[in-house]
Design a protein around this ligand. Sequence first.
Ligand SMILES: C[S@@+](CC[C@H](N)C(=O)[O-])C[C@H]1O[C@@H](n2cnc3c(N)ncnc32)[C@H](O)[C@@H]1O
Length: 195
Amino acid sequence: MQSAEIVESVVKRFSRVAMGIDAGFGVWTGNRCAEYIGYGDVLDAMPTVALESFVGVGNPASFAALAEGDRVLDVGCGAGLDALVAAAAVGPDGEVTGVDITPVMIERACEAAAAAPWASVTFLVADAAEHLPFDDGSFDVVQSNGCLNLSPHKRELLAEVHRVLRPGGRLALCDAVLKADKAAEVTADPDNWSL
Ligand SMILES: C[S@@+](CC[C@H](N)C(=O)[O-])C[C@H]1O[C@@H](n2cnc3c(N)ncnc32)[C@H](O)[C@@H]1O
């Protein structure tokens, strides 16, 4: 299986989520998923559009030790919920940037940012495994929620994350891990890469 086929399958499935079409996920999405993960009261301040298209496996901001003024990058930001949770934590002196490979997700994230009270959030389309359009050492924190498992180029993606993180910066990663004995069987089907 070609990695281009995997990437296409991922973008197709997350575009469906962003458009509110049943994407055939075996897991909860949207508000129900966020509540199950346990984000708590912070969800009350989040725009509906960010919640509706949320798909995640954890809450990276809950252990990223975010401080006021931090510069944060969210890799695979989807419709922006995790990035906005980070924006609430870093305050007006901080900056949050979200990147996602799925253009419709970035459209949703921009809508969410426009509806949110935090000005210091920007979103752009980028494939984090190809190139992150930032200088070396640009961020104090990189966070990601359920993105790394979707990429057939994990080593390249992590190398880009390492490059844009400042020395001594922090990585807060929530992701899904495949048990070794199932790896060949599961990864042979491109649809499984986007579940
Ligand atoms: C599970 S969702 C993350 C949701 C998001 N954190 C939120 O707050 O709603 C994973 C996201 O990773 C994106 N993604 C997958 N591969 C990527 C890559 N190579 N570069 C950037 N984004 C990627 C997908 O398009 C998807 O929106």
